[in-house]
Design a protein. Sequence first.
Length: 205
Amino acid sequence: MRQSIQTMYWDAGRRMYADTPSRLSFSQHTQSLAVLAGLVEGDSARDLIARTASDPSLVQATIYFRHYLHSALNAAGEGDRYLDMLGEWRAQLARGMTTWAESPEPSRSDCHAWGASPNFELFRTVLGIDSAAPGFKSVIIRPFLGKLDHASGAIPHPKGEIAVSLDRRDGKLHATVSLPPDTSGEFVWEGQKQPLHAGTNTLVF
């Protein structure tokens, strides 16, 4: 299937995947799914998703589909772009909306799960907390702070809580990670990796 998609939809001139075999339409949607499906990896995925996020000529993802666009940024290692891409959610707050909408204006506060992806991505992308094994038995912490110097938070875990505190100062990242009992993992920062154990972990990169 991957080879067929590559043959039918990849446009070498545009260096993107087309929406249809006619290769007349290109969208953020298709590029995001290509990254998430593993059609492109490594530096190629980073290049594709970076161009996808900044190319206004593409069909743009609306509120609900930006979950996949943001997930692709994370997967490709471009998560530092995430906080700068929350303009639509900031605009909703400025309009006085009290719950997230599903689609752009004209809209309303629908309290719609499709629009609530920041509730998830602030933990998975910014703090970097993600499962690395079934049942969250193993954890990967790969934060993307963007322009932030400080961030902290916690999420529930089947055996307790995962808490992360990040502080960037003096040119280094200072991280404290607390994992529940019988839970191990790995911390990843700018290509460097450190193992994590149950309890409190104090790391400096």
